[in-house]
Design a protein around this ligand. Structure first.
Ligand SMILES: NC(=O)c1ccc[n+]([C@@H]2O[C@H](COP(=O)([O-])OP(=O)(O)OC[C@H]3O[C@@H](n4cnc5c(N)ncnc54)[C@H](OP(=O)(O)O)[C@@H]3O)[C@@H](O)[C@H]2O)c1
Length: 292
């Protein structure tokens, strides 16, 4: 039995979809959701549904009984990074108590020097979770996922076709953007094929791309000149504040943009391509599909 957590979310639901596409019997798949209302579409796929929460240890022990392989999709708790770490520890402890044999954990791409970077907070949470998993005695596979290509849409904003300009303080930094759906496909592959035990994979794209190139791709897709401007972080903050963007989102945008400017997600690698069995979708292909 395979269990996928976070199955009501983007990554988990795609992982389930890929398990089914790869021919796994829906009866061999269980999903963990914290809100059963959000699991209706999963019920229709014939998979087993368990209700559970990363902060409720007993709910997870109960859900994990009889599970051989667990896809632990990292928590997105927004209240505090420490909560995420505790969520992962709770899930790992529950898996050990329930007798799970192998945990596949979705971590994040990491480069040397991350400790002093803008993304150190959530990186530390992944480091601690990875260490805890390694020491659990359960076989593990750590997927160090690249930054989602899909996030470019949020960073560029939905007014770009109208205004012809977008602001993002990422300077000339590049990132090795990865399509969330392809990362989920690889997670499904790892769950159902052998030789992945006690391995850590860097899952990023084979070519890093910065926002000048992204603006160029959008220009071509829209057949209109699109300008990228990288303001000072304080100027960016006040522009967003004046447009009524909530503080939590402003902080997130600044964290990601500074992380890109620092090159913290610029790590070209071919492991994703080899596990996918094809070249990952490039930023220009993605932009061509979403901007018309
Ligand atoms: N690589 C990247 O660029 C990147 C970017 C952002 C995030 N991430 C990480 O990757 C993860 C998966 O991404 P995603 O796009 O699928 O995120 P998502 O759509 O927000 O999904 C997160 C999933 O985790 C579930 N969850 C959150 N807190 C939980 C809790 N306390 N107990 C049980 N389930 C809980 C959510 O349940 P509900 O549906 O009930 O909310 C949802 O199913 C994120 O959670 C985050 O850790 C990676």
């Amino acid at each position: 039995m395979i269990l996928v957590t976070g199955a009501s979310g983007h990554f988990g639901s795609k992982a389930v979809e890929h398990l089914l596409k790869k021919g796994i019997d829906p009866q061999e798949i269980t999903v963990l959701v914290r809100d059963l209302v959000k699991a209706e579409f999963l019920k229709e796929q014939g998979v087993k549904i368990k209700e559970g929460n990363y902060s409720d240890y007993n709910s997870m022990v109960e859900a994990f009984i009889g599970v051989d392989k667990l896809l632990l999709v990292s928590s997105n708790d927004r209240e505090a990074i420490e909560n995420r770490t505790q969520h992962h520890k709770n899930a790992i402890d529950a898996a050990r108590e329930a007798g799970v044999k192998h945990i596949v954990y979705t971590s994040f791409v990491r480069k040397l020097g991350f400790e002093g970077s803008a993304i150190a907070g959530f990186q530390n949470s992944h480091v601690q979770s990875e260490e805890y998993l390694k020491q659990s005695g359960i076989a593990y596979t750590i997927l160090q996922n690249g930054i989602y290509t899909e996030m470019i849409l949020a960073f560029v904003g939905d007014k770009v076709a109208e205004t012809g300009t977008f602001l993002f303080p990422a300077g000339n930094g590049k990132a090795s953007w990865t399509l969330r759906e392809e990362l989920a496909e690889v997670a499904a592959h790892v769950l159902i094929t052998g030789n992945h035990q006690n391995k850590t994979y860097t899952l990023t794209n084979t070519e890093s791309v910065g926002f000048n190139a992204i603006a160029q791709c959008i220009s071509e897709a829209l057949d209109k000149k699109i300008n990228y401007k990288s303001p000072d972080v304080n100027e960016f903050r006040s522009v967003l504040e004046n447009s009524g963007v909530p503080g939590m989102y402003i902080d997130m945008f600044i964290m990601w943009s500074t992380g890109v400017a620092e090159g913290m997600m610029d790590l070209e690698d071919s492991t994703l391509a080899s596990l996918l069995g094809r070249k990952p979708t490039s930023v220009s292909q993605f932009i061509g599909q979403v901007y018309h």
